[in-house]
Design a protein around this ligand. Structure first.
Ligand SMILES: NC[C@H]1CCC[C@@H](CNc2ccc(C(N)=O)cn2)C1
Length: 248
């Protein structure tokens, strides 16, 4: 998948995509990431990308023309059509379902705002949709863009090796359940012992225990994610059993 990021700080995007799963996916050609800086498309001696807001008030607003020229250059770099996604607190909240939808696209262009915002006329003319990574305000859209790059890349076919894809809990997120607890060495520790079932070698019992823990954890922590109606009979029984069980 090709992702173009329009940002005043392209070096930030390059670094955040150079590590771990995303870095390896990029090396393997699963992700084709490009940064575009509006300042490179700003006219005049000072190459202005922002100016004071009409109507007064604090801060600066990003200007239309540098963004317009920058976006035109990004679009022209590849024939594939691409939605322009603006990261903003006013956007629709990002969910795993949305991540999967975006991951299926051949290409997308992520627009990162700074300062007090972007001239509304540019947003009206060029933005396909706004996405928010949560109900809080950041100093720029770049962290939101990095979140989308990571989340979309790791669901690309082949991005996660066998070991990791086994770890990738396909239940996580609004479509499913929260992850189960994980344990490794030592089996005995002053903070507790690893649950016996995980050391039993009984893979059916282990899978059952993990599913039951995911169900219980989702019910306790995020009942809003748990559509009990959508649960299979086996899941409902597992959850009921876990609810009845005395606390360890
Ligand atoms: N009016 C403030 C606003 C002006 C335009 C630039 C944004 C950048 N900051 C962001 C971007 C996205 C998010 C999020 N929740 O996804 C939070 N913060 C801030």
């Amino acid at each position: 998948m090709r992702i173009d990021v329009i940002t005043l700080f392209p070096e930030f995007m390059a670094q955040s995509a150079a590590l771990g799963v995303v870095g390896r996916a990029a090396e393997r050609g699963l992700l084709d990431l490009h940064g575009w800086n509006p300042r490179d498309y700003a006219e005049g001696n000072y190459r202005r990308v922002d100016d004071r807001p009409f109507g007064g008030g604090p801060g600066m607003v990003m200007l239309i023309e540098p963004l317009r020229a920058c976006l035109a250059a990004a679009r022209a770099a590849d024939p594939a059509p691409a939605p322009v996604i603006y990261l903003s607190p006013q956007g629709r909240p990002l969910t795993q379902a949305k991540v999967r939808e975006l991951a299926a696209l051949p290409r997308m262009i992520l627009l990162c705002g700074r300062y007090e915002g972007i001239d509304e006329r540019f947003l009206e003319a060029e933005v396909t949709e706004e996405i928010s990574i949560g109900d809080y305000v950041l100093s720029g859209g770049e962290l939101g863009a990095a979140v989308i790059v990571d989340a979309v890349t790791r669901v690309q076919e082949g991005a996660l090796g066998d070991a990791e894809s086994a770890a990738q809990d396909s239940f996580e997120g609004p479509q499913g359940l929260l992850d189960c607890p994980h344990f490794s060495h030592p089996a005995q520790h002053e903070w507790g012992a690893v649950p016996d079932v995980l050391r039993s070698g009984n893979h059916a019992a282990i899978a059952r225990w993990r599913r039951q823990q995911s169900l219980l954890r989702t019910w306790l922590r995020r009942p809003d994610l748990l559509d009990e109606a959508g649960l299979s009979k086996a899941d409902r029984i597992l959850l009921e059993q876990a609810r009845q069980a005395p606390p360890e």
